[in-house]
Structures are given as structure tokens and as C-alpha cells.
Ligand binder design. Structure first.
Ligand code: FAD
Length: 457
């Protein structure tokens, strides 16, 4: 069996701690965070340095053994879990944040470092890392790069790709590419960092990254604003973006989702009037942005109710109504998670049509909508549906594409949406992706079955 030979060779290089075959320990890495995607792994391989990652990939490449890179396993499209006996290449031992370069406002970080570790190191230097998301304690820097994670502050600072100043990665054949100098201007050909960002473990394994840091703004205001409907909330986004330069987040939740979060977490309702649509708005700056936010909200149509946090504890309490959605929905069983973007002009129509589109296919299914409204990004979660029943996914993703949106805003394609990539990418684009994949991973050992669609003809 090639796996046995390869695993023995890897164990010889990494030591016994580097290769795990114990069924229970391996099993905790073979199902995704939602519980929807699961599979079999030959083993769990745990390198602790770039050199060890290189040694593992060289062996696997030689033997044609497939590898699934995995960070914190918080990905939501099934891209980080094995299917048919691949090796899971767990990057959790590649930890560490180098000292912050305070002259350049940059830092070099190892791929297995949790996002929260990077954020804490930035805060210690009086700075911030711009990307933040609810899975911060578990999601790794490498995973956020591999998925080009968006998160809560894209509106202000962009997504992960916008933070990436350089990368170190191991190619499928074990060679290391490293470009970590962090030069702001560096037009010397193809941008490998940008290419690997969002490649979901299909082109190379990220081992280190050079990331930009942003100013840390201590003066912060968080408010929850109730609206009559989604259209009014969408109208507010454009108004607030014009009037409040320090806007850092505009997030939307609906009454049903808030009720579920309250029930699961034992929380009181955030707004006494229980409006149908709630928007969490956050602004942060050197000087207190409360007055700017208050006057923008006052001048907004369709507002029913407002709660403003007056301290950090209250701010965190308001954020819970948004951040706890993922967790609360998971208590209903494995959801279908369809993370989509719409043009702002089509977002209200989509939100109105999507629940009916779902129940037309499966009358018992329930639709939950929430997301990063400021980016036009809605998370459509559907529960009370069998994990492998794709009919609802199909209807929702086609509706998105027909309205000019994207089938993945920030979670990626993974296994979950590979079938539908051609709704939003042309045949020429998909051919170009296949050509890149083949050039960097000619034997197809990196994350087979993820992202790049199979050739059908
Ligand atoms: C509660 C919750 C909230 C979330 N909120 C957001 C959000 O707001 N925005 C957002 O964008 N995402 C969000 N996510 C999704 C998830 O956290 C991100 O996709 C995150 O980037 C995944 O990081 P990870 O380390 O867990 O990666 P994993 O889940 O382990 O892997 C994800 C993908 O990256 C690949 N990969 C992982 N590490 C590497 C590496 N070092 N080199 C090459 N490929 C690699 C894997 O093969 C897989 O395809 C959320 C998830 C949860 C559970």
C-alpha cells in the first residue's frame, strides 16, 4: 500500500509525534465544523516547520498520495476535510508571531497561528490586524489566507488578500517559495501571494505570511438599529458610508434569527420593539465617532428603534446577537450554508424571494438570513434539510446568479459549491484555473475534489 510506505518515510523525518493513525484522534479531523461534510483519512500528519511540510509534500508527490491541508477546521464549505483516504496535513504546530515591524506596520506570522494570536500580538504593539471573524480563536492565519477570509471589517480595510504583503508556501513537489520582504511596491511579475490567497489548499501549502497592520482605534461606538424592512436597511448603508468615514462594520440580522440566538443563549431581545430587520453598526476612530453615527442614523428613513452601547461590555453584548447566529443555527442540525453576495440594488429583492424559493423545493426547510450587509454579503442558512440534498442549494445559487451576484462571498467554493462554479465563472476562466492548477500541482495531490471543477467533456 503506497500510504504505508509514505507514512513510514514521513514518520522517519517528523518523528512519531508527526504521524497520527489512532482512529479517534484522526476522526476529530475528518468532519467539518458544521457536521455536513465528512470522510475518511489515511492519517493525520503534523509537521512543525516549513522544512517538515516540504519533506511531507515531496514524499507524497513522489508517491502520488493526496493531501488535504487543514488549519483550524472552521471552514464552512467542506474544503478542509478528507473524502476518500487522503492524508490530512494539519498545520496547527506551525505557530508563532515574529516581533511586529513597527517601522513598516507589518508582521510575519506562521500559518498555524490562530487569528486571535495575531490580533493579540498586533494589539500589544498598539496596532490591529484588520481581519476579524467569530471563529478567531480557532481559525488559523493560513486558513484565512487559503480562503481569503472576509469577516467583520471588510468595509473599512478589505479582506485577507488586501492585508497580504508576502507569502511563504510549499509547492506540491516540496519546493519552497518565499517572498516575505514586505515591500509595499514590488512589481516583479506574477503575484504568488495574491494567487495563493483564496486557492483553498489546491495550489500550495501556506507556511508563513507577511501581513500589514492597521491603526488601533480605541474610540468605538456600536449601535443596533431596527428597520421596517431589508430595503430600508440597504438604503441606510449608502447613506452611512457617505456620512461616516470611520464606519467599520454594518451587519444585518432578522427577527427570527435574533429570537433563535436569544433562545439558545438565554438573552433578552436587543430592541424592545422587536423590529423585523436589525442592523448592527460599528464605527471606530481616534476621536469618539458617536456623534457622527447618531446624526447619520437620525437622518435615515425607515428606522424603528435604536440601542446604543455606552461601554465595551454593552458593545460586546450587542455583537453577540450577530456573532452567535452561526452557533445557534448549528443547534438545529447541520445547516446548508450558502454564503452569497448580491449587488446592493438586488439585495432586498433576493432577501424577499429566497425563503419562498426554498420552501417551493422543500416545504419543511427553514431559511435563516444574516450577514455583512455593508459588503452586500448575506449568509443564507437552510436547516431541516438532509445534508446531501442539493436541490435547495441549486435553486438559491441560481437565483443569486440570475440577480448578478456571486455564489461565494467569503467562505470559498470547497466541495460544497464546486458543482455551481460555472454559474459565475466563464468556461475560459475555468480553463485558466485548471491550467494554473495543473502547472503548480501536476499530479493533482493537493486537495483533490475541491474548488476546480472536473472536466466534463
Ligand atoms: C463561527 C464561525 C464564523 C465564521 N465567520 C467567518 C467570517 O465572518 N468570514 C469568513 O470569511 N469566514 C468565516 N468563517 C469561516 C472560517 O472561519 C474561515 O473560512 C477561516 O478562514 C478558515 O480557517 P481555518 O484555519 O479553520 O481553515 P480550515 O477550515 O482548516 O481550512 C479551510 C480551507 O483552507 C485550506 N487550508 C487551511 N490551511 C491551509 C494552509 N496553511 N495552506 C493551504 N491551505 C490551507 C483547507 O484545505 C481548506 O480548503 C466562520 C466560521 C465559523 C465556524
Amino acid at each position: 500500500v503506497p500510504h504505508d510506505r509514505v507514512l513510514r518515510a514521513i514518520a522517519a523525518e517528523l518523528g512519531a509525534a508527526g504521524v497520527v493513525t489512532d482512529r479517534d484522534r484522526v476522526a476529530s479531523h475528518t468532519t467539518d465544523w458544521t457536521g455536513r461534510f465528512t470522510g475518511e483519512a489515511a492519517a493525520l500528519v503534523r509537521p512543525s516547520s516549513t522544512e517538515e511540510v516540504a519533506a511531507v509534500l515531496a514524499r507524497c508527490h513522489e508517491a502520488g498520495v493526496a493531501v488535504v491541508p487543514q488549519g483550524g477546521n472552521t471552514g464552512l464549505v467542506g474544503g478542509g476535510v478528507p473524502r476518500h483516504g487522503e492524508i490530512v496535513l494539519h498545520l496547527g504546530r506551525l505557530r508563532g508571531v515574529e516581533p511586529v515591524d513597527e517601522g513598516a506596520l507589518q508582521v510575519t506570522v506562521s500559518a498555524g497561528e490562530p487569528l486571535a494570536g495575531l490580533q493579540a500580538a498586533a494589539a500589544d504593539a498598539g496596532l490591529a490586524y484588520a481581519v476579524d471573524l467569530a471563529a478567531r480563536d480557532t481559525a488559523t492565519v493560513g486558513g484565512t489566507i487559503a480562503t481569503n477570509a472576509g469577516g467583520l471589517h471588510v468595509l473599512r480595510w478589505g479582506g485577507t488578500r488586501q492585508q497580504l504583503m508576502g507569502i511563504e508556501a510549499v509547492l506540491a513537489d516540496g519546493r519552497v517559495v518565499s517572498h516575505l520582504g514586505g515591500l509595499v511596491k514590488d512589481n516583479t511579475g506574477y503575484d504568488l501571494a495574491g494567487l495563493l490567497c483564496g486557492s483553498e489548499g489546491t495550489l500550495a501549502v501556506v507556511t508563513r505570511a507577511r501581513l500589514r497592520l492597521v491603526p488601533r482605534h480605541e474610540a468605538r461606538v456600536v449601535a443596533m438599529v431596527g428597520f421596517v424592512d431589508v430595503a430600508a436597511a440597504v438604503g441606510a448603508v449608502a447613506r452611512w458610508r457617505r456620512r461616516v468615514a470611520s464606519l467599520t462594520a454594518v451587519e444585518v440580522v432578522l427577527a427570527a434569527g435574533v429570537d433563535l440566538v436569544c433562545e439558545v443563549g438565554g438573552l433578552p431581545p436587543p430592541l424592545a420593539s422587536r423590529p423585523p430587520v436589525l442592523v448592527l453598526v460599528e464605527a471606530a476612530d481616534r476621536d469618539d465617532p458617536t456623534a457622527a453615527v447618531a446624526s447619520a442614523v437620525e437622518a435615515t428613513d425607515g428606522v424603528l428603534d435604536v440601542a446604543v452601547a455606552t461601554n465595551e461590555r454593552e458593545a460586546a453584548a450587542l455583537w453577540r446577537y450577530r456573532e452567535d447566529h452561526t452557533l445557534a443555527i448549528n443547534t438545529l442540525g447541520p445547516p446548508h450554508k450558502l454564503d452569497v453576495t448580491l449587488p446592493m440594488a438586488a439585495l432586498a429583492r433576493f432577501a424577499a424571494e429566497v425563503p419562498d424559493a426554498v420552501t417551493a423545493v422543500e416545504p419543511g426547510a427553514r431559511t435563516w438570513l444574516f450577514g455583512h450587509l455593508g459588503d452586500g454579503n448575506l449568509h443564507v442558512n437552510v436547516t431541516d434539510l438532509a445534508p446531501d440534498d442539493d436541490r435547495v442549494d441549486d435553486v438559491v445559487l441560481r437565483l443569486v446568479a440570475s440577480l448578478g451576484g456571486s455564489i461565494s462571498a467569503e467562505h470559498g467554493i470547497g466541495r460544497a459549491k464546486r458543482r455551481w462554479l460555472d454559474l459565475v465563472r466563464s468556461p475560459a476562466e475555468i480553463d485558466a484555473m485548471r491550467a494554473i492548477k495543473h502547472a503548480l500541482d501536476p499530479r493533482g495531490i493537493l486537495n483533490p475534489g475541491v474548488l476546480v471543477p472536473e472536466r466534463t467533456a
